[in-house]
Design a protein around this ligand. Structure first.
Ligand SMILES: Cc1ncc(COP(=O)(O)O)c(C=O)c1O
Length: 419
């Protein structure tokens, strides 16, 4: 079995995907349909949250990385997405809204001609139905906040890694949080079982859901609308996205590749001890292999990325799309969280900072070889770092995290350097 040595010895590295296909053209039917559905949901989002779209700003970094020889350093601020404050809102909201519309049409609560915003006041109807979801935290928040706003009963099955404040927030909104000692994969199995026993239950399946995947994909159009027209193969985008089970980064990567083809290069970032998608893709085993099978713990302070077994569906979808995946130390995430706040005033949780580390990996032998093979100079790159969560972290906890990050940087000023 082809397990990269660096994974086994827990050494941060860039894995370059040997199967990336330069001739690839991707079918855009599903992503276009999802975009049209999002448009249809807009009046309902407005009625529920005074906010018709779930999108974030694209910011130009003014401190972090500016000394590097790139053409641009942009940050896609999904950490501040409306209502849920994380990338998982894109898929999570989409799935709940799609399910709510389907139920309402089936039971005659609305007709195809009615406005979706009428559903904002039909809690009496949705109260009869329940949603189940397994989560390391942020997907649960997205399903919980949207589900409860519409009136659903919501059960969030949480792994041991989930943060206490996320559980408290969900409980305060009337969601039921069920906690497990085990890891994320166990929470998924238990959540699926609970939902099967519930006749009016619906399971949001982070590992397999197509609704989630296409919901995330709208981000491709959102980013395209914010970018200049002059993205070319010589002046391409290098996009890096933190990755857990793979759904959110996978849906976004698919859409960007469909829209930009060879003008975009997409990288995922995973924790050293939980490189689930890297392991699934490098070995070709997809969801048939867990990080624990090669002696890793699956444990990381990056709670959103604490996943041991990838989505097999996403591993397949990414086979010809992805440029590579790099692994990061927890301490580097803490240090980047601190730097991002110090230099840009942007609030992110540790998981959300993994994307910002890509330039350090482009300076490694593997990174340089990739650039040479693709015929790209680093000074021509437009980096897009996907910041994936954090605006809802309570201030007291955030300040403690910053202190830890500051300490890491003080003790290890070279924490970002990859040998
Ligand atoms: C902050 C954050 N970033 C990235 C991800 C990765 O998303 P996925 O698990 O779909 O790969 C998550 C997942 O919960 C997350 O919470």
């Amino acid at each position: 079995m082809n397990v990269p040595r660096e994974l086994i010895v827990s050494k941060p590295f860039l894995w370059v995907n040997p199967s990336k296909n330069k001739e690839l053209t991707l079918d855009q039917t599903d992503m276009e349909r999802a975009r049209a559905d999002w448009d249809q949901f807009s009046p309902l989002l407005e009625a529920l949250f005074d906010n018709p779209t779930i999108d974030s700003e694209l910011k130009t970094l003014t401190g972090v990385h500016i000394w590097r020889p790139a053409k641009a350093h942009w940050l896609k601020e999904d950490s501040a997405l409306p209502v849920a404050g994380s990338i998982k809102a894109r898929g999570g909201f989409f799935e709940v809204l799609s399910h709510a519309r389907e139920l309402a049409l089936k039971e005659g609560v609305i007709t195809e001609e009615d406005r979706m915003s009428d559903l904002a006041s039909r809690m009496d109807f949705f109260r009869e139905y329940s949603l189940h979801v397994a989560s390391t935290g942020n997907l649960g928040m997205s399903i919980g906040l949207m589900g409860r706003s519409l009136g659903f009963q919501v059960y969030v099955h949480m792994s041991a890694d989930a943060k206490e404040w996320k559980k408290e927030l969900l409980r305060s909104r009337g969601a039921e949080v069920i906690e497990y000692d085990g890891d994320y994969s166990e929470a998924v199995i238990r959540g699926r079982q609970a939902s099967e026993k519930d006749p009016k239950g619906y399971f949001v399946d982070d590992e397999r859901s197509l609704r989630l995947f296409w919901g995330y994909s709208k981000a491709g159009y959102d980013l395209q609308a914010q970018l200049p027209d002059n993205i070319t193969e010589e002046h391409p985008l290098f996009v890096s996205i933190p990755c857990g089970v793979g759904g959110a980064p996978g849906g976004i990567a698919y859409a960007l590749k469909a829209l930009y083809a060879n003008r975009v290069h997409i990288f995922f970032a995973e924790p050293l001890e939980a490189p689930a998608v890297l392991l699934g893709m490098a070995t070709g085993k997809g969801e048939e292999i867990r990080v624990q099978d090669i002696g890793l713990t699956g444990k990381t302070l990056a709670d959103g990325l604490a996943v041991g077994k990838p989505s097999g569906f996403v591993c397949e979808q990414m086979e010809e799309v992805l440029s590579g995946i790099y692994t990061v130390k927890d301490e580097a995430l803490q240090a980047m969280q601190y730097r991002l706040f110090q230099e840009e005033g942007i609030k992110c949780e540790p998981s959300a900072c993994a994307g910002l580390l890509l330039p350090y990996y482009m300076s490694t032998e593997a990174g340089k070889a990739y650039l040479e093979k693709e015929g790209i100079r680093e000074e021509d790159i437009r980096y897009v770092y996907w910041a994936t969560g954090g605006s809802r972290v309570p201030d007291g906890i955030f300040r403690e995290q910053l202190e830890e990050g500051k300490q890491v940087l003080k003790e290890h000023p070279d924490i970002f350097t990859i040998e």
